[in-house]
Structures are given as C-alpha cells and as structure tokens.
Write a protein of this length. Structure first.
Length: 96
C-alpha cells in the first residue's frame, strides 16, 4: 500500500499502528500525510478529504489461549479496510 501514499494521504488506524507514525512517514509514505485515530469520531475527521486519499487500517489482535494473556503480539496483523470504505460499506473498528 505504501506506494499509493502521497502528501495528501490520510491514514486511519488504531493506536498499535499510530504510535510509529514517524517511522511510517519516513520509510513508507510522505512526511506531510495525515494520521487519524480509528475511533468513534474518525468518519467526521476524514469527510473533508477525497475518498481516494483515505486509507483505513485496523489491527486484529489474535487472542492467546493462555490464561492471563490478552493477546499474542507475535500473531497480530494489520487489516486493510480501504476498499470497503471506498465502496461505501459500513466500517467500524474491530472489537477485541
């Protein structure tokens, strides 16, 4: 996906993806692209932007079956919801 990022790109993502913003901007995108937290108000914050510039990412925590451990960070993965968003499908952050 990073080859599609431009200075006009808006990345909507949950906190596990947002915290490395400087790294993502430096190595995978553009220093001017915008990041938006994937929470309840995300839709309103991306309305001013063209849908073609908005990328929706979520993070799927794969649950660890061991008691006392919420998730296994080695098994988590990024889910690309961009196409669903651009097609007008309902998009909600994954619940974990």
């Amino acid at each position: 996906m990073s080859s599609n990022y431009t200075e006009n790109s808006v990345i909507v993502a949950p906190s596990p993806v947002l915290w490395p913003q400087p790294f993502i901007k430096l190595f995978y995108g553009n220093q001017l692209m915008t990041f938006v937290s994937f929470d309840e108000g995300w839709k309103e914050r991306v309305e001013p932007y063209s849908k073609n510039n908005v990328f929706i990412l979520d993070y799927d925590y794969e649950k660890d079956p061991n008691p006392g451990i919420d998730y296994d960070p080695k098994k988590g993965k990024i889910i690309d919801l961009t196409e669903n968003f651009r097609l007008g499908k309902k998009i909600d952050p994954l619940k974990f």
